[in-house]
Ligand binder design. Sequence first.
Ligand code: ATP
Ligand code: MG
Length: 436
Amino acid sequence: MQYERLVQWARDTWEKRWPGRAYTTIWASTECSNMIAQNQIKSGRRLRGKARYDGVEQLECPVIVPISDYGSRGKKMVLTATAGAYIFKFSVEGEDPFEVVYASSYFDDDVQDLTAVALVPSGKLETWAAFEFACARAVRPRIRRRRDVYIIGGTDAFFDPTVDWEDVILPDDLKDDLLDDMEAFFTKGVYIYRQLKLAPFRKLLLAGVPGTGKTMLCAAMAKLAINQGRIVVYVSGSDRDGASFEKIQRALQAVTAARYPVLLIVEELDAYLQGDDKARILNVLDGVESPNNPEGALMLATTNYPEVIDERIAKRPGRLDRIFVIPTIQDDHHAEQMLRYYMADQWKDEHLMVIPELINQPGAFVREAALHARMLAAHEHRTEVTLEYLQQSIDSLLRQVRSGNDFFKERRPMGLVSSNSGKVPLKKLPRYNPFG
Ligand SMILES: Nc1ncnc2c1ncn2[C@@H]1O[C@H](COP(=O)(O)OP(=O)(O)OP(=O)(O)O)[C@@H](O)[C@H]1O
Ligand SMILES: [Mg+2]
């Protein structure tokens, strides 16, 4: 192994320089050999504990190929991560000066990952730690206090909490209601749950046909939550591993371990309500296995299949605290807002003619129609998107939808749904709050 050879070399070097002097061998921070740190931290720099950094000397080391990475910092290109062998020199007021032998190298040939070791004289670890910290700060100026978003299942690309609240186009009363619910829970509710000796865990469900903006709404809620100092835990069931209870379990562990209030987002909750996992999810919702985070956890779940939720959960009070139906476009005002938003600078008043055709469509339909119209115009080298292009785009999308080809996404096969005919009987649910 590479690190063993590094340590051996460092020990030989030490014995040649300071025979018999005691030291501790440690895993060191790779930032100490980073060129950014070495250029920024000058000899004479004060460190914690009345200590001073007195400079660096590069050593020849047969087991290390000294090599730097090259990257951009703002507009400048600079040398960054560096493999190499060094002696770092220090002095502490009232004590003899001392030196640290340091070696960093790429761990193996396949993975470009730096590893570093250091030999620090006995009793000097605190000064060395202060130096490591200064180097880390130089390389990563904003060491983040913590992670704000935990993604369980899939990668970070699955969920991006950067959507602005104003960009979600839905009835204002619905948006206000949802936001008020979250704020009331975190500011007052948590305290009330605790007084009642209950785990502060509130559960909201966003239900609606595909493309109405549920995921977008979750992302906007997440952005607001992060701005309030809360943590977001996001569970995705749409990666290769699918919707397994194991993921929910990991999410709940993250919720419990976070020492902050948490917004827990579970997309497509219905997908977990199948097979053996069903009973366990119900236990979580019933409170038997619900997470206990004293700062409070708010679950925001989504579904396209309210009828499944309806049977298993909604009929029993307490399993879900509220169900918000996220509707398709219901009126002209809403349709115009959406169309203007997605036509952006290509908007023309004549586009108002298509408004009646947008009623009962999801937001994703309007977005696709607008994009497609703009592409049609661009294809014909036209700078203006006329009503004709928009109409043509809408017609072709409607044909596609009518042919049963759901262009928003492939619907997941649902074992629990008897007739999976496409349209979800949303009318079964009253508009916002069935319990309210
Ligand atoms: N209410 C809306 N306001 C603005 N844009 C919307 C809205 N609804 C949908 N869109 C647009 O359509 C895209 C898809 O919407 P989104 O993924 O949020 O739908 P969804 O309800 O989560 O669908 P699914 O049930 O299929 O997961 C969004 O990224 C956005 O561009
Ligand atoms: Mg979605």
